[in-house]
Design a protein around this ligand. Structure first.
Ligand code: GCU
Length: 595
């Protein structure tokens, strides 16, 4: 039996209508003698207890399915099942796909869309069932299927293409995965309404009728996701309205159906003049949203990216998380490795997410969402190891304090059957992969030296004269931006106890030093090296660590085609790392005079 997490475990369940039925069928297919006892009071939670010499899963319908998968995974890996009732920390555990109806995927690194082609919905039932199984096996429960940048064709999902959408929703339903779509705020304009002003009764009436139609076709539909007034998308600001007014109008159309309105907080000036040193892009979301705290309806969730910039290797936690105690917030992370190696370079994310938890209380966000790393590639995520992030996100969404070691170990064992020492080596490689990538691309918290637009490989001048607000401002005197009280004042947006950790370069952790501070090249670091020397050393060491990973990878007895794919991508990672080292070292040497 090929049990690999992302492949056919065995035959797929057929003809099941509910997650509980799927649970029963999965256990039967796996040949597991286990009972199921439905207990609606447990909701999505589950508990496995020994009764009459065999395990019995207790749970609500979805809880039964999650418990059944946990049991199957434990049997396969030999790892222990957790004791007691398991409840997810977040109720909305969502994957956001940036798929376009033409079949392409914005920031997609694993092939074409799994459900769109040629402007229409097109999908293989088997792959959808496999995906449903994968998502449910780690407790993920919502899938938003289209790009937040909604075009003409994407907008049709809730109008002309609604019957197709309903068919896809039905395919995911047995796995407890509910669909969501991204909508275009200005969509009423396409249907004869003269404005998209959220305070216009005609606009509310249009959205209300749309929501009624969507829920009539898909009774368990999850809701709408909106990117508004962001990177040239339309939004309420066009009409002089606030984001609370925009979001609440839509939320009121969805409320009678129990739908949620997920509103993204990715708003900043993307037409900044690079000569303007007063505007500091990482401060933008807080400035826009903190004053609106308490103004959003109950079924609005404001989705905030983890950091105040945009999914860089290392960023502070977005200060918006602390600024809105009266608003339901979702934490948005990016599994698609846009800035983190594009599913060519290794980058396992659980260690990074776990680090955040030391600062971000688990109670702050109400939900979690991840930009998808999926595509039509045979192995789903482009690199066979990139699947660890989809798996790991489900585990994190269920329990943000889960140990990265355990997640990576379980994924490795579910996916491969390696001898123990090789499994250890694979796990160690994945655990260290983020710190290695960081070291050869962006040590010390300096982001945005990446090649503009495609975001792979180094280009230290690439974003310096651009309108995107992403500057490092390196010159002969030093590098970085002062974001303390004396500089842009970003630290004022943070709670004082967080700001205190970063505001003084003498105590600021090295990993974030150049996000918060502008420092001269000859600044002496705590380890006695100058800043310039340290940057050069880090890039060199990062490459050496990739070389060491490559040597380990060559020894792993992975099954084909994973072995060939992983090895060929590692060759590209080696080249990428060397490019980063050589180009950034040259840049630093020329500016600083250190060699
Ligand atoms: C990044 C990314 C875009 C995306 C945007 C978003 O800027 O490069 O492709 O549309 O994030 O999150 O909306």
């Amino acid at each position: 039996m090929n049990y690999a997490w992302l492949r056919n475990w065995q035959a797929l369940p057929q003809g099941c209508a509910t997650p509980a039925e799927t649970a029963r069928e999965e256990l039967r297919l796996a040949g597991l003698d286990a009972g199921l006892r439905e207990d609606a009071a447990l909701g999505e939670g589950w508990e496995i207890v020994e009764e009459g010499g065999r395990p019995v899963v207790h749970g609500g319908s979805r809880g039964l399915l999650y418990g059944a998968y946990a049991l199957m995974a434990a049997r396969k890996t030999g790892l222990c099942l957790p004791r007691g009732v398991q409840q997810p920390r977040y109720t909305l555990r969502m994957i956001d796909c940036w798929d376009n109806p033409d079949g392409t995927i914005e920031r997609g690194y694993a092939g074409r869309s799994l459900w769109f082609e040629g402007g229409r919905m097109a999908w293989q039932p088997e792959r959808i069932a496999q995906l449903g199984r994968m998502l449910a096996s780690v407790g993920l429960n919502v899938l938003c299927i289209n790009n937040v940048n909604v075009g003409e064709e994407g907008a049709r999902l809730i109008t002309e293409d609604l019957p197709e959408l309903a068919r896809l929703a039905a395919a995911f339903r047995p796995f407890g995965v509910r669909l969501m779509v991204s909508i275009d705020f200005s969509q009423p304009l396409r249907y004869g309404v003269e404005t998209a002003d959220p305070l216009s009764p005609a606009v509310l009436a249009w959205w209300t009728a749309r929501a009624d139609a969507v829920w009539a076709a898909i009774p368990d539909f999850a809701g709408f996701l909106v990117k508004a007034d962001s990177e040239h998308r339309p939004g309420p600001m066009t009409y002089g309205r606030s984001h609370a007014e925009g979001a609440n109008m839509l939320a009121r159309a969805l409320a009678p159906h129990g739908g949620v309105l997920v509103w993204r907080a990715f708003v900043y000036n993307c037409l900044q003049d690079w000569r303007d040193t007063h505007t500091d892009r990482p401060m933008a979301a807080y400035e826009t949203y903190a004053p609106l705290d308490g103004q959003f309806d109950d079924n609005v969730i404001l989705q905030v990216k983890n950091g105040p910039f945009d999914f860089q290797v290392r960023e502070p936690i977005s200060p918006t998380f602390w600024a809105m105690p009266h608003t339901r917030l979702a934490l948005e992370v990016q599994l698609a490795q846009e800035y983190t190696g594009q599913q060519i370079d290794l980058y396992a994310m659980n260690p990074m997410w776990r680090e955040w938890q030391t600062e971000l209380p688990v109670s702050l966000p109400a939900a979690v969402a991840a930009v998808s790393n999926l595509g039509r590639d045979e192995n789903w995520c482009g690199h066979p190891f990139a699947a660890v992030n989809l798996y790991g996100f489900g585990r994190y969404a269920w329990d943000p304090e889960v140990s990265p070691e355990e997640v990576i170990r379980t994924w490795a064992r579910l996916t491969y059957a390696l001898p123990e020492n090789q499994e250890d080596a694979l796990c160690l490689m994945l655990l260290n992969s983020r710190s290695i990538y960081e070291q050869y691309t962006a040590p010390l918290g300096i982001g945005w030296m990446i090649t503009p637009h495609n975001h792979y490989g180094p280009d230290p001048w690439g974003y310096e004269y651009s309108p995107w607000g992403t500057y490092h401002r390196a010159d002969r005197s030093g590098i970085g931006i002062d974001r303390t009280e004396k500089g842009t004042g970003f630290t004022r947006q943070q709670p004082p106890e967080i700001a205190a950790k970063y505001a003084d370069p003498a105590v600021c952790p090295d990993e974030q030093l150049l996000f918060y501070h502008r420092l001269p090249w000859d600044y002496v670091m705590r380890d006695g090296r100058t800043l310039a020397r340290r940057i050069l050393d880090d890039h060199r060491e990062g490459v050496e660590r990739v070389e060491a990973m490559a040597a380990v990878l060559r020894e792993l007895e992975l099954p084909e085609p994973d072995r060939s794919v992983a090895l060929s991508r590692m060759e590209r990672q080696l080249q990428n790392a060397a490019n980063w080292r050589d180009i950034i070292s040259d840049f630093v040497t020329r500016l600083s005079g250190v060699c």
